[in-house]
Design a protein. Structure first.
Length: 169
């Protein structure tokens, strides 16, 4: 039987620095998907960001962003493994994160308008936790509405409700 020590310890191949571990993990996935793309890493005080640049990155982004979100989760685990300092880890491809955030904000704005116009709670489409967080953060300073999440994964939804005297009881 072959010794599986080398294949069982892939972390030995990863660099020590979190930014370089992030680069290594994302690069391996890009190569495994046979994408013609590069990986750029930027680091700030509160974020490590891997940006994949190239053509035809749909396979990496996937349907509703599920593959890139999964990669982001795995990359965060690998990059920050053993580190006490916690940073936000973001994996982006071809500006997907900005486009998706803008779409979520438009949807949130429509829900706020409807909630205020009709004086009732408005449910948004089911979304993953990361996307719900984007909407919660976007609407947190809007004093005329409040947000909460309802339901079970994968159908968990964000709800926008009016507050104040116009809100139904």
């Amino acid at each position: 039987m072959a010794d599986q020590t080398d294949s069982a310890a892939p972390e030995a191949d990863l660099p020590e620095e979190p930014a370089e571990r992030l680069r290594a993990v994302v690069t391996r996935v890009v190569q495994a998907l046979d994408l013609n793309a590069s990986v750029d890493i930027t680091e700030s005080d509160d974020e490590l960001r891997a940006t994949v640049n190239g053509d035809e990155l749909g396979l990496l982004i996937g349907k509703h962003g599920a593959p890139i979100d999964a990669l982001q989760h795995v990359a965060m685990r690998a990059a920050l493994r053993g580190n006490e300092e916690r940073k936000q880890v973001t994996v982006d491809a071809s500006g997907y994160r900005d486009r998706r955030e803008a779409a979520l904000q438009r949807s949130a704005d429509r829900a706020v308008a409807e909630a205020l116009r009709f004086g009732r709670a408005v449910e948004l489409e089911p979304m993953r936790a990361l996307e719900r967080k984007v909407v919660h953060m976007y609407l947190r300073e809007r004093t005329e509405v409040e947000t909460h999440s309802e339901g079970d994964e994968p159908d968990r939804r964000l709800v926008v409700s009016p507050v104040g005297p116009a809100a139904p009881s």
